[in-house]
Design a protein around this ligand. Structure first.
Ligand code: AMP
Ligand code: MN
Ligand code: MN
Ligand code: MN
Length: 293
């Protein structure tokens, strides 16, 4: 397929139908497995091209790469950056970034810096609802002191039987607009894409179907992202419904984006979609890995 004019030419190399999983989380952010355990699990599941994409953090990259390469699995560096755009939280995945790039390293540090305060505020909000000690409780699940997230609180609320599963915690307490939700300013879209590009990587809109955007807002997001140098969107992701695989495949073609595929796996007990188990991208799409040798 011919690439739209604004996209770089394909470099070759990686087969279109490779089993790629370019989105998942380790204990370095809010996953439950260590990078090495994930690498082993991905390899056992048949993944051939893998990226660990921890939230706002690249501290697990060298471990993930070493473990993948020891298993003979191709590895691409990755990160999932939290962004505030038009008052909403969006996630932008950066792939094939240089983990030493100063702009990226410092940018991510600045995004992580707000999480501690926010966690205390969430804990205070939960305490007002009669749920005490949530900060300390969440900390028990944290693998990286710089990366405390709502998922860690959710695990604690399930542990103490306030809710029976993680999803329920978001529905009742921690989701946007719920009583213990704490608004937060993450990176701007311009910053996140800029850091990824400065690190030589490819910017990808993570799970675009998950955002509450009107078609007009979605169009504005896609246009702005493209203007900034963003090249790809996730099409098959564990965070999309099957209907959304088709919907975003069409949108990727229509809007001239490369397509990415990733489970968004967080752990064996919590994730619906296993590593490497999503349907392949439709043949009509240009995969993001066509850019890499
Ligand atoms: P944070 O970065 O602290 O805002 O936490 C965001 C993380 O919470 C996401 O990456 C997901 O892992 C998790 N999350 C968000 N919404 C839900 C949901 N409805 N059900 C389960 N997990 C969720
Ligand atoms: Mn997460
Ligand atoms: Mn995400
Ligand atoms: Mn994710």
């Amino acid at each position: 397929m011919d690439l739209p004019r604004h996209l770089p030419g394909a470099l070759t190399g990686i087969p279109q139908d490779i089993n790629a999983d370019l989105h998942c989380h380790s204990r370095v952010s809010d996953g439950t497995l260590e990078p090495e355990e994930l690498a082993r699990r991905a390899h056992d599941a048949g993944v051939q091209l893998w990226a660990l994409t921890d939230h706002d953090e690249i501290g697990g990259q060298s471990r993930a790469r070493a473990a993948a390469e020891a298993l003979g699995m191709r590895y691409v560096t990755g990160v999932e950056i939290s962004v505030t755009w038009a008052g909403q939280t969006l996630h932008i995945v950066g792939l094939n970034v240089d983990p030493q790039a100063q702009a990226l390293v410092e940018g991510l540090e600045s995004v992580r810096a707000g999480r501690g305060r926010r966690a205390h505020d969430m804990s205070d909000a939960l305490a007002k609802l009669g749920i005490h000690g949530a900060y300390e409780g969440a900390l028990k699940y944290v693998g990286n002191p710089e990366l405390i997230s709502r998922t860690h609180f959710a695990r604690y609320l399930v542990e103490i039987s306030v809710c029976s599963e993680i999803g329920e915690v978001f529905d009742k307490y921690l989701g946007e607009g719920k009583p213990a939700f704490v608004g937060h300013r993450w990176a701007t879209l311009t910053e996140a894409v800029g850091w990824i590009l400065a690190a030589g990587g490819v910017a990808v809109i993570a799970h675009p179907g998950r955002y509450k955007l009107t078609p007009l807002e979605r169009h504005a997001l896609f246009e702005e992202f493209k203007q900034l140098g963003g090249l790809a969107i996730e099409v098959t992701t564990g965070s999309h419904t099957v209907a959304q695989y088709r919907e975003y495949a069409e949108l990727a073609k229509e809007c001239g984006f490369l397509a990415s595929r990733g489970s968004d796996f967080h752990g064996p007990e919590e994730s619906r979609v296993e590593l490497g188990s999503l349907p392949p991208l439709p043949d009509s799409l240009q995969p993001v890995w066509s850019l890499w040798r």
